[in-house]
Design a protein around this ligand. Structure first.
Ligand SMILES: [Zn+2]
Ligand SMILES: [Zn+2]
Length: 275
């Protein structure tokens, strides 16, 4: 099994458990590597006491260092240009939770109603246009952040299982998604397989979905498998299925982030068929 997980939240942002409870659960599950990825959204979304977060994650990192390698990371929304906080973090997940359109911030994972209202207001109800703007916003991530990997690439489909607003096989939709994907792969940024919506029963697929994962493989992209756990019990949630899916899509390896002997962060690849 994959004994590493780098996307998780605590009660310091929108998760349920304390960082220490998450660490103890991870150790009990046999994890050797874990990374905290609190939300850093300066204007929208979830606010967090950044000083308190850094202090507490560094404290548990030190306290448990003989049992598990803990990384102090963050999930940063690509709407924000080079936040100061990046320098304090050992790794950054570059996530896109909103489309930026003519100066308007349009969240795609808030509520179904808000999504529908925004789509009507800005795009006359045309979800393909909204998706296009979402992926255009996502492509800008590398101009704003220095992400170590891309979080939940197709979050725009967050409500698609219930609302069916997008045909995810529609060539126009795929064009928007794949152009951004190829662009980011060419910048050598790995993509996570995010189990969050799947392990919470919100969606029947991972981010990115299987079709997009196959394309990611064809583009020569790299993957890292993460739970996006918001509670201790979801750490490594659905990893078995994610590994099977990755193999199905042609991947042979997945990445993890580790501290090397000098204390800096390194990307290391593990063979999927040995997990
Ligand atoms: Zn997120
Ligand atoms: Zn997250």
């Amino acid at each position: 099994m994959l004994k590493a997980d780098f996307h998780m939240h605590t009660n310091l942002c929108d998760g349920k458990n304390t960082p220490e409870e998450m660490v103890i659960a991870a150790i009990d599950m046999g994890l050797k590597h874990m990374g905290f990825s609190g939300h850093f959204d300066p204007e929208n979304g979830v606010h967090m006491d950044i000083k308190e977060y850094l202090k507490e994650i560094r404290r548990v990192k030190e306290k448990y260092k003989d049992r598990i390698d803990i990384l102090v990371g963050g999930e940063i929304d690509c709407l924000y240009p080079e936040p100061e906080i990046e320098r304090e973090l050992e790794y950054v997940i570059g996530s896109t939770h909103s489309a930026l359109y003519n100066g308007n911030v349009i969240p795609v994972d808030d509520t179904e109603e808000k999504l529908d209202n925004s789509c009507n207001e800005f795009f006359g109800g045309d979800y393909l246009k909204l998706a296009k703007e979402y992926y255009r916003t996502e492509a800008e991530i590398i101009n704003k952040l220095h992400p170590d990997f891309i979080g939940h690439f197709d979050l725009i489909t967050r409500f698609n299982d219930s609302m069916h607003f997008l045909d995810e096989s529609n060539p126009a939709y795929l064009k928007s998604a794949l152009e951004t994907m190829e662009y980011l792969v060419n910048k050598d940024i790995p993509f996570e397989i995010n189990c969050g919506a799947y392990n919470r029963g919100r969606k029947a697929d991972f981010y990115p979905n299987k079709r997009l994962l196959k394309a990611l493989k064809e583009f020569g992209g790299r993957i890292i498998i993460n739970s996006d756990a918001h509670e201790a019990g979801k750490i490594t949630g659905e990893f078995k299925k994610a590994i099977e899916t990755a193999i199905d899509c042609g991947f042979t390896h997945t990445g993890i982030l580790i501290h090397n002997e000098k204390g800096s962060i390194e990307w290391k690849e593990l063979a999927l068929d040995e997990l």
